[in-house]
Design a protein around this ligand. Structure first.
Ligand code: LP5
Ligand code: MN
Length: 247
């Protein structure tokens, strides 16, 4: 048995917001090295959304074969991989999951790990002050919208995504920073809904931090994962708690 799997060194890793795309090969190379040297030592890897810069549909798998193959090798070697959709890759579906041997998780999902109840989310649903985004999100997360979108030719989907990306960047430049962060009441409501997990882990805001909360007298840690634009960011969980894993 390799170190760190199923023994006293057992640990799991959490990442999000890698925004992998072919135009940023350095990040892809960094991620592939991370899988080989770090994730391979973990019993599980949780990818909490915006793994790709965007995902147009599983018929575009060929764009990312080295990544898909590396995930499959990791899974075949015994690291369980869990994957939650982000706002950029919510169209990842069963074909991608089968090719990579990942397990898709709903957003949010409660897990129990090393004696703690841990709630996982991408984080965009918690940004409730961003009303324009939430209206858009509600529309594109329905099965009917997704079915109709995926029926269209890949080239047409990509053109629409490009237009959306431009519009999103324009609109973001006019939004206050605070609007694009999580709403604290939305966080508290979620914590209550899941009966006060000890830990909430999410990404999306690209504001890595540990927030210590008290919700109805319960202590909760909110870990915000960082993005991978300049350097990787990874949270490690084991029997003694949580730490930022140097990459
Ligand atoms: O990702 P990030 O952090 O930069 O910004 C998000 C919100 N923007 C988005 C858009 C994505 O970044 C880019 C597209 C991803 C591909 C998705 C694939 C399939 C969808 C294809 C649809 C054509 O998620 C941004 C938030 C920000 O997070 C912070 O939380 O502010 O939201 C926006 O800027 C969105 C605008 O406010 C509203 C846009 C409405 C567009 C409606 C026209 C599109 C019509 C499509 C049919 C419904
Ligand atoms: Mn996001």
């Amino acid at each position: 048995m390799r170190s760190g799997k199923g023994n006293a060194h057992a640990h799991s890793l959490f990442i999000s917001d890698l925004h992998l795309c072919r135009s940023r090969p350095v990040i892809t190379a960094q991620f592939l090295a991370f899988l080989q040297y770090q994730a391979s030592q973990a019993e599980s890897l949780y990818i909490l959304g915006d793994f790709f810069e965007y995902w147009a549909g599983d018929d575009d798998l060929d764009q990312h074969l080295p990544i898909i193959e590396a995930l499959r090798i990791l899974a075949d070697n015994g690291t369980s991989i869990f994957f939650m959709h982000g706002n950029r890759d919510f169209l990842i579906g069963d074909r991608f999951a089968q090719a990579t041997r990942i397990t898709l998780l709903a957003d949010p999902t409660l897990i129990e790990l090393y004696g703690r109840r841990i709630l996982l989310s991408h984080g965009d649903a918690l940004c409730t002050d961003d009303v324009a985004y939430q209206a858009f999100r509600q529309q594109v997360r329905t099965p009917a919208w997704q079915h109709a979108f995926l029926q269209q030719p890949l080239a047409s989907r990509k053109a629409q995504i490009e237009a959306l990306r431009k519009r999103s960047e324009q609109e973001k430049s006019g939004k206050q920073e605070s609007i694009m962060d999580v709403n604290e009441d939305a966080v508290d409501t979620l914590i209550r809904q899941f009966q006060y997990p000890q830990v909430l882990i999410h990404g999306h805001t690209h504001r890595p931090a540990l927030h210590q909360l008290t919700v109805d007298g319960h202590q909760v840690q909110r870990w915000v994962l960082g993005d991978w634009y300049d350097q990787g960011s990874c949270l490690r969980a084991d029997h003694s708690g949580f730490t930022n894993q140097p990459l």
